[in-house]
Each structure stands twice: as structure tokens, then as C-alpha cells.
Design a protein around this ligand. Structure first.
Ligand code: SF4
Length: 127
């Protein structure tokens, strides 16, 4: 990565904008520091729960697609690295979500808990 681009990445990330993961997907929780020859990458969602993050986990991680599908400000996510028989014991990021507004565990984070859905403004189509 050239110097100008890496400086821009650091600047964008300090303002809370998304960075691209090593898998090429934009993710709010990915942080890469490439400034002046540095090559530090981390997942800030998993950082709190596990220090075993590696770039290959981003390929199968559900978090970027959840954030694209659901922008609810009340939903928080917790992630762990799991090895289940379904994935042939390969490490995968597993996400659990919680809604701060309804105080419910969100079973389908791509959709949300459904608490706010009835309150959406109605769209009127002019005839
Ligand atoms: S593991 Fe998931 S949450 Fe973490 S940086 Fe990669 S895509 Fe984002």
C-alpha cells in the first residue's frame, strides 16, 4: 500500500469510517495501521473477547453483512471465535446481538428484534 493511501486509511478510521478487511469487505470493526511501514491489523469487535483473531476470519464473518442489512442504533453485537462440527471445526466468528431499546436478545441480527418496525413512517404514493 502506498504512503498516501495508508495515511488516508488512518485518517478515515480515526473519524469512524469503514476500512476494508483483508477479505476486501468494509467493516467498522476492522482496524489497520499501515502508516510509515507499520503493518498492524486487528478486529476491534473480537479484541475485547479474544486475542486469537487472524485476517482469514474476515472471509466468513457475518458482521459486515449484518451491518449492511441492519443499521439499528440500539443493537449491539458480541462476537466469539467458535469451532463447531458444522464448520468441520474450522474457526468462525459467531455473533450474538442484543437490543438496548427492547432489552431482548436479537435472534436474527440481519432483521433486528422487530420492536421499531411498526413505528416506521408510512410511505404515501401520489396518484
Ligand atoms: S472478523 Fe468480522 S468483525 Fe472482525 S474485522 Fe473481520 S469482518 Fe470485521
Amino acid at each position: 500500500m502506498d504512503r498516501k493511501r495508508s495515511a488516508l486509511f488512518v485518517l478515515f478510521n480515526s473519524k469512524g469510517l469503514e476500512m476494508r478487511t483483508p477479505a476486501g469487505i468494509e467493516c467498522n470493526y476492522f482496524y489497520g495501521d499501515y502508516y510509515r511501514g507499520r503493518s498492524h491489523e486487528e478486529c476491534r469487535l473480537l479484541k475485547e473477547n479474544s486475542k486469537n483473531w487472524k485476517p482469514s476470519l474476515c472471509k466468513t464473518c457475518p458482521v459486515p453483512s449484518i451491518m449492511r442489512a441492519n443499521s439499528c442504533e440500539f443493537m449491539s453485537m458480541t462476537a466469539i471465535i467458535s469451532r463447531s462440527a458444522i464448520t468441520l471445526f474450522q474457526p468462525r466468528v459467531q455473533v450474538t446481538s442484543f437490543c438496548q431499546k427492547s432489552q431482548l436478545t436479537v435472534s436474527e441480527p440481519h432483521i433486528g428484534c422487530g420492536e421499531c418496525h411498526p413505528n416506521l413512517p408510512k410511505i404515501e404514493v401520489k396518484k
